[in-house]
Design a protein. Sequence first.
Length: 237
Amino acid sequence: MSTRTTLRRAGFVTVLAAAGVLVAAGAASAHVTVHPESYAKGATDGVLTFRVPNEEDTASTTKVQVYLPTDHPVLGVLVSPHDGWTAKVTTTKLKTPVKTDDGTITDAVSEITWTGGKIGAGQFEDFDVAFGQLPDDADELTFKTLQTYSDGHVARWIEEAESGGEETENPAPVLKLTASGDSTPAPAAKSSTKNSAQAVSASDSTARGLGTVGLVVGVLGLAAAAFAVVRTRKADS
């Protein structure tokens, strides 16, 4: 094997490794999430924040639909007003009514749709939803979400985690429910005119992190190439 061929192959491996790091980081950071990540089972009078980042460079997010589970319903849902956005709340009759201290609940919110606003490239929005009580008979709640863009594209964040625990390509926001006292939820950052700056700051931090990873991968690749050259020369001699 010639020295030129050895260098070419080592360089190709380095490029593939760096590209894999970049793709994985991008896929993990773009989906819709719910904050905090966990609440105690049966928690009362709390707030869930749905963070929606815009992942398109040439289109804006113009519609967000969050679907709440009805097999383990979230009770007493109230939507916080959000500048520029109009919220539509849809309720559904429960197959199994829920008994509470205040009486039996037969209906619960099953969908919240926000329209009228816009999330531009490099920006995100936080949508706050207050609740009266979370279910105490489930380990997690999945909030399937549809994100519609101005060009007609719909990002479907509806996939649930696989049995092996590996993240899916289009994961739905998931809230973990823990035993009472196991977790203390931390509130998500409130949406404001600082959203764009926060997004840019987050992007800069991500870029610096990826740059460091890329540099390390590059150095390792060059080291491998140098080792291959030395080994080839020894073989030739």
